[in-house]
Write a protein that binds this ligand. Structure first.
Ligand code: APR
Length: 254
């Protein structure tokens, strides 16, 4: 497949598009100052994921795991959304049906004003009771108590995130595939596309004849399936597309 890199044909397509889905990864938050996982100074380079982001590590030493998440919450809590997040929040008003499916747990899409969000891997600001499975939102940095306990039953709370070896919430995953296979355009922004099942979503879109648009400084396993592939930063390219779009109304209304 010949991969397009110029904007004009994409803008023409978006002008006639109503249903848009965006799959985001750590790369969209990189320009907010949050480290990605597999880049040069990636989080998994510094910390072996299996030592920290797993249920067995949590059971073995909940304090250590919570100290690590408390440190990450402190970093993320001091960062703000960037122009890439902002454009996606704007597009929720521009396109009749617009959804963000994110692998990120940083909550920056919400902070930028997006509402239609599916969080495949959970959210670092949510805590889940290990007994009652109830979920509470807590933005304190640092956390008052480490490890935190449920105010209702006293059991340990865990981060409401998907750890290596854990499965995703089946209803969230089902919605993600339903949106991916019924959209007209899927943007794939800032993900290395190596973690399943998220990495299969763009293939589901491509199989349903959606236009796939990748935005990433580097090629990924999705690149061969992309109709458009823009080599660059999300915070540069999304505002460029938005700038061209704002000259026309993509929902087709005059
Ligand atoms: N704009 C767009 N893309 C960027 C930028 C940027 N400014 N900076 C880096 N990238 C790209 C990198 O080229 C890379 O392809 O973002 C991608 C980040 O890849 P990863 O670090 O692997 O992050 P991600 O794809 O989100 O990882 C998926 O793996 O460890 C798990 O749960 C974790 O959700 C995470 C999942």
């Amino acid at each position: 497949m010949e991969i397009k890199t110029e904007l004009a044909p994409l803008i023409d397509i978006l002008h006639k598009t109503k249903r848009v889905v965006v799959l985001t990864g750590a790369g969209i938050s990189a320009e907010s100052g949050i480290p990605t996982f597999r880049g040069e100074e990636g989080l998994w380079k510094t910390y072996r994921a299996e030592e920290l982001a797993t249920l067995s590590a949590f059971i073995k030493d909940p304090r250590l795991i919570w100290e690590w998440y408390d440190w990450r919450r402190g970093i993320i809590g001091s960062k703000d959304f960037n122009p890439g997040h902002q454009v996606l929040a704007n597009w929720e008003k521009l396109f009749p049906a617009f959804h963000v499916i994110t692998q990120n747990i940083d909550g920056l899409h919400q902070k930028a004003g997006s509402y239609n969000i599916l969080e495949l891997h959970g959210n670092i600001w949510k805590l889940r009771c290990t007994e009652e499975e109830t979920i509470t939102e807590n933005h304190s940095t640092p956390l008052g108590e480490i490890p935190p306990h449920c105010s209702n039953c006293g059991a340990l709370l865990r981060p409401h995130v998907v750890w290596f070896g854990e499965s995703l919430d089946p209803s969230i995953l089902q919605s993600a595939f339903a949106l991916s296979s019924s959209c007209e355009v899927m943007f794939v922004v800032g993900t290395s596309a190596v973690v399943q099942p998220a990495a299969s979503l763009p293939l589901s879109a491509a199989d349903s004849d959606a236009t796939v648009v990748e935005i990433n400084p580097d090629p990924t396993p999705i690149t061969p399936y992309a109709d458009f592939s823009f080599r660059g930063k999300a915070g540069d390219i999304l505002p460029r597309i938005d700038g061209e779009l704002s000259l026309i109304n993509p929902s087709g209304e005059e």
